[in-house]
Design a protein around this ligand. Sequence first.
Ligand code: MGD
Ligand code: MGD
Ligand code: SF4
Ligand code: MO
Length: 879
Amino acid sequence: MTTQIIKTTCPYCGVGCGVDAKVENNQLIAVSGSKDHPANKGSLCVKGASLHETVGYQDRILHPTIKNERVSWDRATHYIAEQLSQVIEQHGPEAIAMYVSGQILTEDYYVANKLMKGFIGTANIDTNSRLCMASAVVAHKRAFGSDTVPACYEDIEHADLVVLTGSNLAWAHPILYQRLSAAKQARPHMKIVVIDPRQTASCDIADLHLALRPGTDAYLYNGLAQYLIEHGYIDHNYINSHCNGYEDLLKQVSHQTLSDTSHICDLEDDLVSMFYQWFAETERTVTLFSQGINQSSSGVDKGNAIINCHLITGKIGKVGAAPFSITGQPNAMGGREVGGLANQLAAHMTFSNPQDIDQVGQFWHATSMAQQEGLKAVDMFEAVAQGKIKAIWIIATNPLVSMPDSESIREALTQCDLVIVQDVSLSSDTLKYADVCLPATTWGEKSGTVTNSERTISRQRSFLTPPGEARHDWQIICDIAKEMGFNEAFSYKTSADIFREHAQLSALRNSGNRDFDISELSLMSDQAYDNMPPIQWPINSAYPKGRARFFEDGVFFTADRKANLIPIQPKLPAYPATHNELILNTGRIRDQWHTMTRTGKTSRLLAHTSVPFVEIHPATANAFNIQENSWVSLQTPVSKYIAKATITRSVRQDSVFIPMHWSDFFSSHGKANSLVRPIRDALSGQPEFKHSPVEAKSLNPRSQGVLISSLPFSPPSYVEWHRIPYEHCTLWELMSEGKTFTLSGLKAYYPRIKDWVSITDSNENFLHAAGFIDKQLTVLLFSAINMPSIDQPWLLSQMGKTIPLLSRHLLLTGVPQDSTQACGKIVCSCHQVGENTIINTLANGNACDIDTLGELLKCGTQCGSCVPELKSLINLHQA
Ligand SMILES: Nc1nc2c(c(=O)[nH]1)N[C@H]1C(S)=C(S)[C@@H](COP(=O)(O)OP(=O)(O)OC[C@H]3O[C@@H](n4cnc5c(=O)[nH]c(N)nc54)[C@H](O)[C@@H]3O)O[C@H]1N2
Ligand SMILES: Nc1nc2c(c(=O)[nH]1)N[C@H]1C(S)=C(S)[C@@H](COP(=O)(O)OP(=O)(O)OC[C@H]3O[C@@H](n4cnc5c(=O)[nH]c(N)nc54)[C@H](O)[C@@H]3O)O[C@H]1N2
Ligand code: SF4
Ligand SMILES: [Mo]
């Protein structure tokens, strides 16, 4: 047996942690954080630490199919090439679209973009980064003349004030949050401000939380600019030497008083002025912003309102001082490098400069160079629905779940002539609408580069044999390109070939006029590429070892080399909530990744939160007659979302929060985007995912409960359900407003099972039943009008076991006889430590703080993601 340690990069968030993968006989045995990676220096969060549990092949797409019939790769490639060529001939290149993802490798992204923009002849290639980064990109370009992230992670550690605005760093970028948290512990005078309508886990280390009215950040930042000007905190020298547009900014912000600001943001004057004073006084200030800013109908303006405040105080390009747009996906930054968005050209060149278009076209030897920007994601799917786009090729994204207004995406794909879906997982909802399905390789099998939030390029390396006939994304794209007749331009042998070309393009007529320049890597040997250590761009003759910060010299990428202050007129969200509506906010939970096709595969990551939910304030819940854990429907005129209520003061009274992750595969009505309207920012095209008016309604179950089954089950149509897959069985949470669940119904559903025990009342208002095959526990159902109180972890542990006849009825109580066996809801996913175990340990006086809990139970000692919850359990216990 050979054991190898392969150095690679985590495929989840934009922190871009280095991972040491321990591989034995083509199996990933374990993962640990790379100690020598600059992003994580040895740590991993729970998602990264569970990677070895999510690489299983069980739900993989194994073969190409056309109309659900298995075909050879030759046949699939030929078919697609022929169909696309026909569309071009009959309708022109604009009738073709590609929709890709910030999760493919830079090399995949590069060839996709080259094929569309240089050879098919249209810029109708957009990416899910449209839903994610697009507003920040435009804000950067307006202010800096380029899409430049000026800062690096160390700036967060060196700062004396870190403002998290619209970012739940603790859950969305856990390792960066840990670095921030450690820095604050080392330098306790460091201040942290969280600006978020919700009280999130990130507030745990905050000195100040501003729970502002949703969507009002631009007012808050315009107010800050006004405050800085009025109180003389601006850097006139910096503005004079390095900024345009100060007079206009002054005019725009000067009439907004502090009390105007606190009124519109629904905050107390004192808290607002505390934040303003801290910002004013603290030279080393980093503002980290993410989706609470970007995902808005005025997200670009919000980004600029933040950047303005940094520019007028000169808090940029310095150690510990910068506006910092943090990227979400592992390769969102790489996507921007290759020009993956419909309004970008490769290597940070643009369609607005005809010279750039010519230059790129010549470099590629393009046969049909696109001359103008293409359609942005929402417009692209609208064009599909209108029949203007005849063929769409979707790679590594699940738009049925992640795009706003899911129903319109379903309609668009249903009527589209040719839908090609290139994915890895059978649990992608989008797959159901594919005419052609192409099996791709994924993390662990593929090889190339990704770029993280601080511009560090890292290698993902392959160490597993791809299952079935899966092929690398870049190979699939190149094969189809060659079949379409573009042989020479796509005849790469390795991903290193592609990377070198990408690096060469970045150097093309780039004498310091474009930020993205990795020319030093353009002659890299295959071996050097294989061994490439993480390195931060730019990497050119001026910075051969990379560059931590941009704009130290106050020189920007605009024509006159000065930054632009952008006066903006703040706007409220497009659709306000009327008096009987609530504001729907959507976002991430700690242990799930997007549409759950990967993190939904391991029970470890489902333990923390296993079903969708509705977070609602106690006063609001009261007004709507909603109880803790009761079923709620959120609805719009077109759709509904059904889940159970979590009553919490962490959300405002005017809002509800739901997770973005659940899909049709995992739930009957658990898809957040069925409620989100396709409203987007006019400049960036980014949708307003954080603000949709919805109505809330409490539901009256006739029957609710759980079914645990080792056999396949598909719920009847009158039932609302959530699916929780485990290794050896599936747990279904069920609710029906109409019929009750009956034993005869259950028996009819499972004809193979002859051996049942059950308890029920005469009207079958409640039913507890267990079914056995060969004496082994195969099915369990617990249902009643009210949710039965059962110990799910314990019941799951009984599945598949041979239960002695005498114990069968005990099983039907749903709880173990010996109460010490009940650990409760899992809090620490890494070490599977439950709430009851923690509470018992605290109650017994065996532990009183995080450290002793960690020593005794190990909870919180690995990735640290559960530390905020441990702290609140300790506080609760002390109270
Ligand atoms: N666990 C996990 N981590 C992830 C991901 C994942 O799926 N799961 N996805 C990755 C990706 S692609 C991305 S883009 C990032 C996203 O990372 P984040 O942007 O940090 O995550 P979100 O939960 O989408 O939203 C952040 C916060 O914005 C707040 N917000 C809502 N409205 C407003 C507002 O009007 N103003 C302000 N200031 N805040 C508001 C929400 O309450 C929420 O707490 O996460 C990355 N990391
Ligand atoms: N309501 C709401 N909606 C949102 C958001 C929100 O905050 N609220 N956030 C938005 C944001 S920021 C983002 S980034 C998007 C994310 O949304 P998506 O990109 O749609 O979500 P994923 O689940 O990451 O989809 C990735 C797909 O690629 C497949 N895959 C994995 N690896 C590979 C590979 O190597 N090759 C190929 N070909 N396929 C692969 C996976 O199986 C999966 O089907 O969601 C957006 N939607
Ligand atoms: S923080 Fe977690 S999810 Fe993000 S890259 Fe690091 S290990 Fe992966
Ligand atoms: Mo994202």
